[in-house]
Design a protein around this ligand. Structure first.
Ligand SMILES: Nc1ncnc2c1ncn2[C@@H]1O[C@H](COP(=O)(O)OP(=O)(O)OP(=O)(O)O)[C@@H](O)[C@H]1O
Ligand SMILES: Cc1ncsc1CCO
Ligand SMILES: [Mg+2]
Length: 287
């Protein structure tokens, strides 16, 4: 009789897998620290501060550059681009599309955060147009990935999710297959898929949901990890999600609530070492 949850692996095999992900995640963080990739962020007003500080604490170099006029000069120099539609208006969309096109022409990876994708027809159409410009990675919460995958506007709680990430696995897989992007769904378990493989990263703390723009910020961290390893966007994405979660776990040991967690999260990300990653990382293949 098989135990529930038995993966069929010996403890040694399991240990090797865990070590495998720890070394992958540590390598990505080390490359970001060594190379300090320039990450262009076209993002919402709410997230700008936390996103820039998250990137800085990981060792990357953020630049919140969103003017259409600057994109031809600036975007080719960025090592990756992060586009987030959180406070979208019609004026901003042309710059987002242009930046995605220039990133593609310059062979630079770019990452999409489809904030509240199903909240309005305007937002959904904008997100679908951006998906058509072939992001390397799309990262959203469960409701956003389901709305994008079904291309439907529906009942919404705005930027917050009404779905568990695990409810969005099939939606994420079909969006990945349709778009060619790696798709990540954040939640208690962060899901990462290329349409076939599905990894689950289980680091993090629930209180992250009480700090605005933690999702936006982890999307930018994904951009930094993909910037240093563009040919392995699946591994880079799972690593970034797990490392952000580990930083939150360590921060939570001393935090008194959301405001101090926000501060300790940034400090923990800055100070993260290899031994802590090895000890804490929790990524497994779900299929
Ligand atoms: N229940 C949970 N337990 C642990 N970590 C969680 C939980 N829910 C979310 N997280 C983590 O919180 C971070 C933000 O994820 P969330 O799904 O809240 O993003 P989001 O809805 O896009 O947020 P925002 O729009 O505010 O940026 C991720 O790192 C995710 O792993
Ligand atoms: C609260 C909020 N509103 C638009 S974007 C944003 C940040 C979290 O997505
Ligand atoms: Mg979000």
């Amino acid at each position: 009789m098989e135990d529930e949850g038995n993966t069929g692996e010996s403890p040694q095999q399991e240990h090797q897998h865990i070590n495998g992900w720890a070394s992958i995640a540590w390598t990505h963080l080390s490359y970001v620290r060594q190379n300090s990739p320039l990450i262009q962020c076209i993002t919402n007003f709410v997230s700008m501060d936390l996103m820039a500080n998250t990137l800085l604490s990981a060792g990357a170099s953020p630049a919140m550059v969103h003017s259409l006029q600057e994109i031809p000069d600036f975007t080719p120099h960025a090592h990756a681009l992060c586009i987030n539609v959180g406070t979208l208006t019609a004026d901003w969309l042309p710059a987002m599309k242009k930046a995605a096109e220039v990133a593609n022409q310059s062979n630079k990876p770019w990452v999409l955060d489809p904030v509240a994708a199903g909240a309005s027809g305007f937002r959904l159409r904008a997100c679908l147009e951006l998906v058509g410009l072939r992001p390397s990675v799309i990262r959203g919460n469960g409701s956003e990935i389901i709305a994008l995958s079904k291309a439907s506007v529906g009942p919404t709680k705005g930027v917050d999710s009404t779905h568990e990430s695990t409810d969005a696995v099939e939606a994420a897989k079909s969006l990945a297959l349709a778009s060619g992007s790696i798709v990540a769904v954040s939640g208690a378990v962060d899901i990462v898929t290329d349409g076939q493989r599905v990894a689950g990263a289980q680091n993090g703390v629930a209180m992250l949901q009480q700090i605005t723009a933690t999702g936006c910020s982890v999307t930018a961290l994904i951009a930094a990890f993909v910037a240093v390893d563009p040919l392995h966007a699946f591994e880079a994405t799972a690593s970034a999600l797990s490392i952000f979660g580990i930083a939150a776990e360590i921060g939570m040991d001393v935090a008194k609530g959301p405001a101090s967690l926000r501060m300790h999260l940034i400090d923990s990300l800055y100070g993260l070492d290899q031994a802590t990653i090895l000890h804490r990382i929790n990524i497994t293949f779900l299929s």
